[in-house]
Write a protein that binds this ligand. Structure first.
Ligand code: FES
Ligand code: FE
Length: 457
């Protein structure tokens, strides 16, 4: 693209500009940046691939992506979960051509090499005449992701062996995931396959928005108040609370009870849910969080995000939606949004359906919030690719909170992991996400204290 900056120069510039709480626009749509992200981030760390409820039975599989690479996530006959490269070892054709299903074998459509659902090569057509003897499966089976872990139902894989344990990588993010998903011993499940749609925006734009952009709610999403979906959207910055963890994982919550919805605990779940929840596995701070400032959105670096909000539906109690979503990088300035709605296993069909419908109403391809967001994100990618703006070396402003009278300093009384701030102002969480991005792009240790404490004014 015209005026595009060489990668090393650009990364140095990012580092310099971030000292001033500025970020070069170009990183959100640049060919070299994108290629380096695939190599230095997506091929180099833990990436979410599936929830175990998507492959409950032997033979179940789903086709997924790790960065640009298609992988097959299978449940084999022994109950194990495998994350296999979807490239045939003969010439590379995709051996699995469907999104999901149940099969003991994958047969390549090109010449028919056949692999068991644990990846083992088990057949080559016309073997005697073509090869004389069976090919060694130890050498010619599907490539496997070197690291796979199933953490409480969430399956992550890493294409690099040189990564910390998943639990260590997630750090405080795991503590947060527990208070979101571990409220009932039966757990949660996906309500269906992921809905997918293309957005002409960068995966980082979505990631930083869900890392905790509270500031956009009263403006971009004002229409949801106008149609009575939510009250008090103008006050959401005032009741915003942020959580920054190591390695770029971040969340924001809202202290709904304080101003907008008195008595509103546990995301506003109906009483019959709350009675069934068992919070005994949570620590004291986690219980405080779910009651007083439950996380609304969050991002597990690099590209798994979360949202749980209430969604009033006609006739009956409000639905409470839970979505985990993934920002799949497709090309510079282009992502595919994968949206899984989650429900509790204890819910009956009707109430699960209600939460699902409420969820799609807010965050689905035609969801009221989702449509607002994706249009705005596409503008970021356009600015980032603009020849004029590249010539101008356009920088984005992350300086919010510098001179503001609002106290957005880390909460000295916080007893949980990471850094907590009793404010929705400040853009610290977005910065935390981008700091991790920069560390990995510069090839620095992928783990470390990633919070912005002390690094941002
Ligand atoms: Fe798969 Fe030839 S490419 S069998
Ligand atoms: Fe939004």
């Amino acid at each position: 693209a015209p005026f595009s900056t060489p990668l090393d120069v650009l990364l140095d510039r990012v580092e310099q500009d971030m000292q001033e709480d500025l970020v070069p626009a170009e990183i959100f749509n640049n060919d070299d940046v994108f290629r380096a992200e695939m190599e230095r981030i997506f091929t180099n760390t833990w990436v979410f691939v599936a929830h175990e409820s998507e492959i409950p039975k032997a033979g179940d599989f789903v086709q997924r992506r790790i960065g640009l690479d298609p992988v097959i996530v299978t449940r084999d006959g022994k109950g194990g979960i495998n994350v296999l490269s979807n490239y045939c070892r003969h010439r590379g054709t995709q051996v699995c051509q469907t999104d999901a299903g149940n099969s003991r074998f994958f047969t390549c459509p090109y010449h028919g090499w056949t692999y068991a659902n644990d990846g083992r090569l088990v057949g080559t057509p016309l073997m005697n005449r073509a090869y004389g003897e069976p090919l060694d499966p130890n050498q010619w089976s599907l490539k496997r992701a070197p690291r796979v872990e199933n953490r409480k139902g969430f399956v992550f894989a890493s294409l690099s062996d040189d990564v910390p344990e998943l639990e260590e990588w997630l750090g405080g993010g795991a503590w947060m995931l527990d208070l979101i998903t571990q409220l009932h011993p039966d757990g949660m499940r996906v309500a269906g396959p992921p809905e997918r749609y293309t957005v002409n925006g960068d995966w980082k734009t979505a990631g930083e928005n869900f890392a905790g952009d509270v500031y956009h709610l009263p403006t971009l999403h004002f229409s949801v108040q106008e149609v009575d979906l939510i009250q008090g959207i103008q006050g959401t910055c005032e009741i915003g609370r942020t959580y920054e963890f190591e390695n770029g994982h971040t969340f924001i919550g809202h202290a709904w009870t304080e101003a907008i919805h008195p008595g509103f605990t546990l995301w506003g779940y109906p009483d019959e849910y709350k009675e069934r929840f068992d919070l005994s596995g949570l620590d004291e701070t986690q219980r405080f969080v779910v009651d007083h400032q439950p996380p609304t959105v969050g991002t597990i670096f690099p590209n798994l995000s979360f949202i749980r909000i209430f969604s009033p539906l006609p006739d009956g109690p409000p639905a409470v939606m839970t979505s985990f979503r993934q920002w799949q990088p497709v090309a510079p300035g282009k992502l595919e949004l994968w949206n899984w709605q989650f429900v509790w296993n204890f819910q009956d069909e009707e109430s699960a359906q209600r939460d699902y419908v409420g969820g799609q109403y807010c965050f689905g391809s035609a969801g009221l919030y989702e449509q607002d967001d994706t249009v705005a994100w596409e503008g970021v990618a356009r600015a980032a690719a603009s020849p004029w703006m590249r010539k101008e070396r356009l920088k984005f402003n992350y300086q919010q909170g510098r001179n503001s009278p609002v106290d957005d300093a880390p909460d000295p009384d916080w007893r949980g992991p990471g850094v907590h701030r009793n404010s929705g102002y400040g853009e610290h969480v977005q910065f935390n996400f981008l700091c991790q991005w920069l560390r990995m792009m510069k090839g620095e240790s992928a783990t470390g204290n990633g919070t912005t404490e002390g690094t941002q004014a």
